[in-house]
Write a protein that binds this ligand. Structure first.
Ligand code: FES
Ligand code: FES
Length: 155
């Protein structure tokens, strides 16, 4: 089947197999930040944004993204850099395995809700499994970022 998808602001039009998973399509197109973890929609590692909403690319057919817009970490470096240092400062980044999915979910959260409460942050990140730490360090990092943004006169 023929599909046309905007990936990180670049349109890709090509023939694909109908059962091609989105994760495989994206990795084939150089999006190596999209990692394969559980492959059963449980870990969050393969998260990408489909029309701004986070989806698990291991569980979505590429055909579903036809005519839509996908963003991966490769296209979101600037947005991610704004808060990534705050997370690292809290020592939340241990092995780093969960990092890409965590960053994608945080970007989606902050776009949807620029001033979330701690409970809202926890609820949003609950699907992103971290084997090394609880969410506390990551939560503190996001909170520190939000506070510093407020101090700078942002949201
Ligand atoms: S690899 Fe997709 S949720 Fe784990
Ligand atoms: S830092 Fe190791 S899985 Fe999260």
């Amino acid at each position: 089947m023929n599909i046309s998808i905007e990936v990180n602001r670049k349109r890709i039009t090509e023939q694909i197999e109908p059962d091609l998973l989105l994760i495989d399509f994206l990795r084939r197109h150089g999006c190596s930040s999209v990692k394969r973890g559980c492959e059963t929609a449980n870990c969050g590692l393969c998260t990408v944004l489909l029309d701004e909403a986070p989806v698990l690319s291991c569980s979505v057919l590429t055909a579903r993204a036809d005519g839509h817009k996908i963003e991966t970490l490769e296209g979101l470096q600037e947005e991610a850099e704004e808060f990534i240092g705050f997370i690292a400062d809290q020592g939340a980044d241990q092995c780093g395995f969960c990092n890409p999915g965590f960053v994608m979910n945080t970007i989606a959260l902050l776009r949807e809700n620029p001033d979330p409460t701690d409970d809202e942050i926890r609820a949003y990140l609950a699907g992103n499994l971290c084997r090394c730490s609880g969410y506390e360090g990551q939560l503190r990092g996001i909170r520190a970022f939000l506070d510093s943004r407020k101090d700078r006169g942002g949201h």
